[in-house]
Design a protein around this ligand. Structure first.
Ligand SMILES: [Zn+2]
Length: 455
């Protein structure tokens, strides 16, 4: 009898485990089935090559950037749009990891638990990206074959209006030498999200932010630039002798001597604290993409290196997207929306399925310092840059020119549009472009003209 009782108990245990397993599966099925369904191993959705065979992608105005017809994925008919939006859409073979075809695939597939594979159509859902395709094409043309990236976004909503990374390629005419040619080095990398570069003078804004809060009476001081100054055990120099300068003038003419001395006065630990506060050493999560973190070695640097660090020219590296967000936070009073390239999702019957809610950063800049920095950035346009290139709207900006061993400098231009109607922050980076204000500034001007109509 005891043996039978034992067996009954054992059977009950097995039955209990079985029921528990089924329940656990059902809960997981309800929670994750859509996610499982859209995985690349679902051969109803993906071709052998990895191509997603359902779903339509448009720009913010409804222009089709990619769709499916007769079981094949196609891209825009315009080559400049195909090339400029490729890193945001993704390629057919999923080699570019930052595109909507990978990161928004759950939105592209119209999932139906009852119908299963029978619900799949060429059209699928329509994912409308926040990009303006013509502004992307303008940025691509203005980059003119050089490597780099351009980003413009609305710092109040987070919507990215322009995002271009070069080198790029035409998904309809993939170059035969793409894997070996130097011209296509890092072609699958979206430089805007995943690269870091020496910031040069665009970093002086962080030094200015720290100086305004840490050095009493700073704005009343006068600075003298002899073209070179001893900082610690070595010198820091400027391209020319700037002479006697106010703080606004030193920032507008990007005086290395002044900003190196300010960084030393602030101190390595405090400089480090400020860099962390600005978000430049953090990464952001954007549609499952983790942006590259910047890196700074200010706390442990020698006095001379701290001086060079204050002008953005020591071992420091920044990510273009994080820099754009930082300039957005200055314009936005201390905080900015985290970027998104999703505008909305609609099903085949044009019913709205999803619309992203803006997510905001922590406070990157103290609000009153943000308004002072915005004032200085706008003053740069009056004092230093060719304002006539930006006829549509007033902007605030800082350029950066970072010398390279090749003899041609990397160029930066970052800032914001000073407008309630167009609350945009932007960043332009060009490898071996030359002068930041001239080359990257010119690209920023073209893209802003494409985005903001002449009043
Ligand atoms: Zn100087």
């Amino acid at each position: 009898m005891r043996k039978i009782e034992q067996r009954v108990r054992f059977c009950k245990l097995i039955l209990l485990a079985f029921v528990f397993g089924i329940l656990a599966f059902l809960v997981r099925f309800a929670k994750h089935s859509e996610e499982w369904y859209t995985q690349p191993y679902n051969k109803n959705l993906y071709a052998q090559s990895g191509e997603l065979l359902t779903g339509t992608i448009t720009d913010r105005y409804g222009a089709i950037l990619s769709g499916v017809t007769d079981g094949h994925r196609y891209y825009s008919a315009l080559p400049s749009v195909r090339l400029s939006t490729l890193h945001t859409i993704g390629d057919r073979n999923n080699k570019i990891g930052t595109g909507a075809l990978t990161n928004l695939r759950e939105y592209l597939v119209s999932y139906d638990t009852k119908k299963g594979a029978a619900a799949i159509t060429d059209q699928g859902n329509t994912v409308s990206l926040s990009l303006a395709a013509d502004a992307c094409a303008t940025a691509y043309t203005a980059l003119d074959g050089r490597s780099g990236c351009v980003g413009v976004y609305n710092y109040k909503t987070g919507e990215i209006l322009c995002l271009v990374s070069t080198p790029t390629f035409d998904p309809d005419n993939i170059p035969e030498n793409i894997e070996e040619s130097e011209a296509y080095q890092g072609v699958y990398v979206n430089r805007f999200f995943h690269s870091t570069y020496a910031p040069g003078s665009v970093f002086k804004t962080v030094t200015l932010q720290a100086a305004l809060e840490q050095i009493p009476g700073l704005t009343a001081r006068t600075f003298v630039c002899e073209g070179s100054v001893r900082v610690g055990d070595n010198t820091v120099n400027c391209p020319q002798k700037h002479g006697s300068l106010t703080l606004a003038e030193a920032y507008a003419c990007s005086c290395n001597c002044t900003f190196a001395q300010l960084a030393v006065e602030i101190g390595g630990d405090k400089m480090s604290e400020y860099v962390q506060k600005t978000g430049l050493t953090s990464s952001y999560k954007i549609h499952g993409i983790t942006t590259a973190k910047g890196s700074f070695e200010l706390a442990s640097a020698t006095v001379n290196r701290l001086g060079w660090g204050g002008v953005g020219l020591y071992h420091d590296l920044v990510n273009p997207c994080a820099l754009m967000i930082y300039y957005g936070a200055i314009a936005g009073g201390g905080k900015a929306a985290v970027p998104t390239y999703l505008h909305e999702v609609r099903d085949e019957k044009d019913r709205l399925l999803a619309i992203p809610d803006p997510v905001f950063t922590e406070e990157l800049v103290n609000p009153s310092t943000a308004s002072t920095l915005a004032y200085y950035l706008k003053n740069n346009l009056i004092a230093s840059y060719d304002r006539t290139r930006f006829p549509n709207v007033p902007i605030g900006a800082k350029s950066g020119t970072v010398e390279q061993n090749t003899g041609k400098s990397n160029s930066w231009f970052a800032g914001f549009v000073d407008s309630e109607e167009y609350p945009y922050a932007f960043v332009v980076f060009v490898e071996h472009g030359g002068s930041g204000s001239r080359v990257a500034g010119e690209i920023a001007a073209s893209v802003l003209k494409a985005l903001i109509p002449v009043p």
